[in-house]
Design a protein around this ligand. Structure first.
Ligand code: FES
Ligand code: FES
Length: 192
């Protein structure tokens, strides 16, 4: 049902699941998903950087897809399932192996890019468990880090990924399924 928001704006129902928890809210029709998550649900790890879909600070998983949440309206996300970085850890608080690898290999400094970066890495490794270093760099190219120079991030991903295969033994050259998986790297699948 439509309601009138605080400033007379049209407010619409938004029902969604975030990190396994259901929410039933309303949002102004023009509210960005990133601001809804931050300001209405209090999930401040979804950072608001460029507001143009370029920096990756607002990256989330939306119905399993990697998206920039500044490129979607909150009302468009109604009915969806969202994972932010909080959803990576186990329910008992145990860090995800990717999170541990970033900590152990100094894959972050100020941490501003880190929530989105971790989600991009999760997305990458689910589709390509043993990426080459080049594939890792391609997988995180939607996330700008101003601090690390990316070397430690690649090292951290390398540590949690399966060992990199020699080019001659890579399945892509023989296995069409693996080739198709590699062809579906985030570059093509990032919605915005
Ligand atoms: Fe920069 Fe969304 S805030 S991509
Ligand atoms: Fe500072 Fe990436 S750790 S922006």
């Amino acid at each position: 049902m439509e309601k009138s928001g605080a400033h007379g704006e049209l407010a619409l129902p938004v029902e969604l699941t975030v990190n396994r928890q259901p929410y039933s809210e309303t949002a102004a029709a023009r509210s960005l998903l990133v601001l809804f998550l931050r300001d209405q649900l209090g999930i401040k790890t979804v950072n608001f950087g460029c507001d143009t879909g370029n920096c990756g600070a607002c990256t989330i998983l939306w119905n399993g897809k990697l998206i920039k949440s500044c490129m979607m309206l909150a009302v468009q996300a109604s009915g969806s399932e969202i994972t932010t970085v909080e959803g990576l850890a186990a329910p008992d608080g145990d860090l995800h192996p990717i999170q541990r690898a970033f900590a152990e290999h100094h894959g972050l400094q100020c941490g501003y890019c880190t929530p989105g970066m971790l989600l991009s890495v999760k997305y990458l490794l689910e589709r390509n468990p043993n990426p080459t270093n080049e594939e890792i760099r391609r997988g995180i190219k939607g996330n700008i880090c101003r601090c690390t120079g990316y070397e430690n991030i690649v090292t951290a991903v390398r540590a949690v990924a399966a060992p990199e295969k020699e080019p001659s033994s890579r399945a892509s050259e023989k296995d069409p399924v693996s080739a198709a998986q590699r062809a579906s790297l985030p570059e093509e699948e990032v919605t915005q």
